[in-house]
Write a protein that binds this ligand. Sequence first.
Ligand code: ZN
Length: 88
Amino acid sequence: MTPEEALNQEAAWALRSVLADAKPDQQSEYRLRAGNYTPRTPGQRPYNCPRCWVRSNMRAPLRAVPGTEEYDCLRCEACDADIVVPFE
Ligand SMILES: [Zn+2]
């Protein structure tokens, strides 16, 4: 799995979880935001945290942290999310 695929998947999960708690008038805004999610802004190095993007409308950088033999790991300093990028 590429980092982009893992991050897009995470954005879809983040959307599902915020929609469960969102008021009806907020739902379209969250959907729109999730639809606009870009793992990496062109010309920018770090990946954007999908959870901060969808939940807080914030571009928080992800930092690579040690993974395992099966996956890489990206961490968000803002929301403490660990995003796993499986090699397969
Ligand atoms: Zn975050």
